[in-house]
Design a binder for this molecule. Structure first.
Ligand SMILES: Cc1ncc(COP(=O)(O)O)c(C=O)c1O
Length: 353
């Protein structure tokens, strides 16, 4: 079977491009002595995670406990980092059950989180690895100063059931190096261990060597690309491995084409392009603008296209942001040069707890 025979809309992955991205980034991180810890939240499938591990990854990253359960229960009993504050008994019980089965490291940015980890670890009789999260410019989670990181590190080190494993941040552009250095020195002076210094994010991945203190790096979208990475010059069209195959279902006006891939296929993510927004890059029509969507309709401005798409024509679309896009799908069809080789269930889709 070939992807041209598939009903649309459907998410397809080009195995040659996937393997190329996997090797390219693995080679980079290997050459700089930095462990590559792929983030599975992008693809949410066992088959891709298994390929990443076989390709030399130092372990996996999962954003939620449910994603980690999917990996471990699916047979990938590997070294897993969950860079998230995990709170409340239901999740802590599941986290400790996982820590019984494999090596788990969770992050924390408050004494509240850390104390919860310790109480649960004691109750379950397990040791949980913990890294202190630093706020690295995303204005999300993480402690803001080296002094706060040190105080939290001391607390983790002092509490039963926990093993202080170092620090992490997201994203980690080269500019955050002084903050990392200051924190590492503070840990050293206090005699605290800091075996893990974990950076993350595809946009700065190939600059990780500019922070020699990094011991490992978490990347998700590197393996599939997407319109954001294409427009930023990080991935070529050929390197954008994961695409939506869609069909033109209507041409209501000369300047508008409607695809069968709306926000429930693409996700609602957009990026600014020119003076508007884009929901995806149409490979066959680079001058088209996928400017919006309703749930099941993709709205495309084809005014600038010399040749315009016809009703019934199929197109390949590079979504803006693959992580939420994948989360909309039950399966990914894997192909090589158009020939279908496998259908992978997106087992961790919807695992938000
Ligand atoms: C904590 C953390 N680490 C790593 C990543 C991976 O980022 P990317 O998909 O840009 O590689 C993310 C993405 O949101 C993240 O939140």
């Amino acid at each position: 079977m070939y992807i041209d025979d598939l009903d649309t809309p459907v998410l397809v992955i080009d195995l040659d491009a996937l393997e190329h991205n996997l090797e390219r980034y693995q080679r980079y991180f290997d050459s700089h002595g930095i462990g590559l810890r792929p983030h599975i939240k992008t693809h949410k499938t066992l088959a891709i995670a298994a390929r990443q591990l076989a390709g030399g990854a130092a372990g996996l990253t999962c954003q939620k406990v449910g994603e980690a359960e999917t990996m471990v229960w699916g047979g990938l009993q590997t070294d897993i980092m969950i860079p998230y504050n995990i709170l409340g008994k239901p999740k802590l019980d599941r986290l400790m059950a996982l820590a019984r089965q494999t090596r788990i490291t969770a992050s924390a940015d408050s004494a509240h989180t850390v104390r919860g980890y310790s109480t649960a670890a004691l109750e379950w009789g397990v040791t949980l690895g913990v890294v202190v999260e630093l706020e690295c410019g995303h204005n999300r989670t993480g402690v803001a100063t080296a002094a706060d990181a040190l105080a939290l590190g001391k607390l983790i080190d002092s509490l039963p059931g926990l093993e202080l494993r170092g620090i992490m941040g997201f994203p980690t552009p080269p500019a955050v190096r002084p903050f990392l250095q200051e924190t590492i020195h503070a840990f050293e002076r206090a005699g605290l261990p800091c075996p893990i210094v974990s950076g993350g994010g595809t946009p700065y991945a190939l600059e990780a060597h500019l922070i020699p203190e990094l011991t490992e790096y978490r990347v998700g979208e590197y393996i599939v690309g997407g319109e954001g990475h294409l427009r930023a010059g990080r991935h070529t069209v050929e390197e954008c491995a994961l695409r939506v195959l869609a069909t033109v279902v209507s041409r209501p006006t000369e300047g508008r084409a409607i695809l069968d891939s709306g926000s429930k296929t693409m996700s609602a993510s957009t990026i600014p392009v020119g003076d508007g927004q884009s929901m995806g890059f149409i490979v066959e029509y680079p001058d088209a603008r996928f400017y919006g969507a309703s749930e099941e309709h993709g709205h495309v401005d084809v005014t600038a296209c010399v040749r315009k798409p016809q009703i019934g024509e199929r197109v390949q679309v590079l979504p803006v942001h693959l992580c939420p896009c994948v989360n909309e799908h039950n399966e990914i069809v894997a192909h090589r040069a158009g020939r279908v080789e496998a259908v992978w269930p997106v087992l961790a889709r919807g695992k938000v707890r």
